[in-house]
Ligand binder design. Structure first.
Ligand SMILES: [Zn+2]
Length: 93
């Protein structure tokens, strides 16, 4: 008798049959950020099954740096001439 295993992402509910590849268990535990209360962990570890796409989307794995902002474009010759003329006129006034 054949057995089917169904893997369901707890985040986006994507399903896949029989193949667990690409699905990952994540565990979350809550801890107070104040050192005064550092012993106040949540009692339970919350475990979920997530697909790779969700892990990447929330930045848990394969987090990539955002694209760097392109350098500013250098002023054109026309821009430089206009600036020189404006500065000259402003200095004469
Ligand atoms: Zn997912």
């Amino acid at each position: 008798m054949p057995v089917k295993n169904l893997y369901i992402c707890d985040h986006c509910e994507k399903t896949q049959e029989n193949e667990p590849k690409g699905m990952h268990f994540i565990s979350i535990r809550v801890q107070e950020s104040s050192p005064r209360y550092s012993s106040s962990f949540s009692k339970e570890m919350h475990k979920q099954l997530w697909c790779r796409k969700c892990l990447v989307e929330v930045g848990i794995v394969d987090w990539k740096q955002p694209d760097a902002t392109p350098p500013p474009t250098p002023p054109t010759l026309e821009d430089m001439i206009i600036e020189i003329v404006e500065n000259t006129v402003a200095n004469r006034e």
